[in-house]
Design a protein around this ligand. Structure first.
Ligand SMILES: C[S@@+](CC[C@H](N)C(=O)[O-])C[C@H]1O[C@@H](n2cnc3c(N)ncnc32)[C@H](O)[C@@H]1O
Length: 192
């Protein structure tokens, strides 16, 4: 949604996602036709020279190995103009967000137009810090169940800071997320 809001202001926006289904959802949002979508990830981008790169929705936590994380940061760096900005957020492990990832606390029912009521929830399956794994269940109106397993890595603030510097960024600021105060760090960095 953030990308559509920027595009509506007349800014050239490129969205990158390795999941085709996520791109389909993104393409259905209002204003989406103004956003260029790339199927892939930051390690295999076409030549780009952008002023700002963002990783939204804690996507920084999907990179489980140091190699995957640094390859992503280096890919983002190459896509930026000199002095270009990178803004990303990640959950503070001290807040132990995973403790709320249980069925009773996460169940949502959504009335999807043309589909009907869809229910989904998350079950925590393993905590082996810095890795946290969980199982998502989605039940369609005809009773069909969809399942997915995910693992996220909870990096400490100093780890993220060090990796940014090691990958050629200058750390400018670490802020609180305005919509989720106290739960996440927002790292603001520039291509050094
Ligand atoms: C929690 S969703 C966020 C969706 C949307 N960007 C938003 O902010 O509302 C995480 C998205 O990150 C995508 N993702 C996973 N690995 C990625 C990667 N290496 N590069 C870019 N996106 C990735 C997933 O496919 C998924 O669509």
């Amino acid at each position: 949604m953030a990308r559509c809001l920027l595009a509506r202001r007349g800014i050239d926006v490129v969205g990158v996602d390795p999941a085709g289904a996520s791109l389909d959802v993104a393409r259905s949002k209002p204003g989406a036709d103004r956003v260029r979508r790339l199927h892939g990830d930051a390690t295999a981008l076409p030549p780009l020279q952008v002023d700002l790169a963002t990783m939204t929705a804690n996507v920084a936590q999907v990179f489980l190995t140091d190699d995957a994380w640094t390859a992503t940061l280096r890919g983002v760096r190459s896509a930026l103009v000199p002095g270009g900005w990178l803004v990303l957020e990640t959950r503070d492990p001290a807040r132990r967000a995973w403790e709320g990832w249980v069925r009773e606390a996460t169940t949502v029912r959504v009335d999807v137009p043309d589909v009907g009521p869809v229910e989904s929830w998350t079950d925590l399956t393993d905590v082996s810090l810095p890795f946290v794994s969980f199982h998502d269940t989605t039940v369609l109106p005809d009773g069909t169940e969809l399942h997915s397993d995910s693992t996220l890595r909870f990096r400490e603030r100093d780890e993220v800071e060090a990796s940014l510097v090691a990958c050629g960024f200058e750390l400018v600021d670490v802020r609180d997320a305005p919509d989720r105060p106290g739960r996440e760090w927002v790292f603001v960095a520039r291509r050094a």
